[in-house]
Design a protein around this ligand. Structure first.
Ligand SMILES: [Fe+2]
Ligand SMILES: [Fe+2]
Length: 281
């Protein structure tokens, strides 16, 4: 029987590191009020616009996304209020959260950032094809899904480096190398961190399980979608992270999404032809 390694990085150890860190505060400054407002039904567009406009970088990023080819509006969107009306509350909330966190990711690892953007784009597209509601949420889950890699690189650089080298030496996808050496993978770490930041459970569970899809999970459909988007990004993106082998596509995830073989093939062909959209840069 295969021996399961004792985790060297535990949730407890991780949270202790994060909470004691000055360079990486527990919740990004601008994200905290947005998360709080998102949980309050009484929040209005005007309230949210006011908070966002206190951060000129974030305002600029939202307007850039709103005016990008991602949405394809004909008229230019020039204010946060206008963007809220055009894109809706959820889209802006998710862009704000995602971009705040991703600014850090971009500075740390540009390749991973590009991969995350790619997964965001594919996840949003599959969400539309699979008739999900709130498709913008899938873009954000895609943007955040490998956030655990950044956390591992930041807080456990030596252990992460060894796991990475081990994966390369043994021809394994990085998450399997992490599991074999550290007893956990970056998906666990991402899920723990985002849960600590009070992100909704459907996001934290999808992130935590994107390399271990299980149809019994509560948010199985969302997780299945994220898993498929991630595998497609690796399979079709030639500029993706060269360090990672393409993860195996879960047949159960495809079944959960309800795609026939022909539909899946159509989705894959469209994804293959998609250009990477400058979503949030
Ligand atoms: Fe991953
Ligand atoms: Fe990924």
């Amino acid at each position: 029987m295969c021996e399961v390694p004792k985790p060297t990085i535990t949730r407890e150890r991780l949270l202790k590191k994060i909470s004691g860190s000055k360079s990486f505060p527990s919740v990004p400054k601008i994200a905290a009020p947005i998360i709080q407002m998102a949980n309050d039904e009484k929040t209005s567009f005007t309230d949210l616009a006011k908070v966002i406009e206190t951060d000129s970088n974030l305002t600029a990023r939202i307007l850039k996304v709103a005016n990008s080819g991602f949405y394809g509006f004909r008229r230019e969107i020039t204010s946060i209020n206008h963007a809220l009306v055009m894109l809706g509350w959820n889209a802006i909330k998710m862009i704000a959260l995602g971009s705040t966190i991703l600014t850090r990711m971009c500075a740390k690892d540009r390749t991973l950032f590009n991969h995350s953007m790619r997964v965001a784009q594919i996840a949003r597209f599959i969400a539309i094809e699979a008739n999900f509601y709130k498709v913008e949420e899938f873009a954000v889950v895609g943007l955040l899904h490998d956030f655990g890699v950044i956390i591992l690189k930041t807080y456990f650089p030596d252990e992460y480096r060894k796991a990475l080298q081990y994966s390369i030496d043994n021809g394994l996808p990085i998450y399997l190398g992490e599991r074999e050496l550290l007893g956990i993978d970056h998906a666990d770490v991402g899920g723990w961190t985002l849960a600590e930041w009070d992100l909704p459970e459907n996001i934290t569970e999808s992130v935590a399980k994107h390399h271990s899809y299980d149809p019994e999970n509560y948010h199985a459909r969302k997780t299945a979608l994220l898993h498929v988007a991630d595998v497609f990004a690796f399979a079709f993106d030639y500029k993706g992270p060269s360090w990672e082998k393409v993860p195996e596509l879960s047949a159960a995830a495809i079944e959960t999404l309800g795609f026939t073989n022909a539909e899946l093939k159509d989705v894959a062909i469209t994804v293959m032809k998609m250009k990477l959209d400058p979503l949030i840069v």
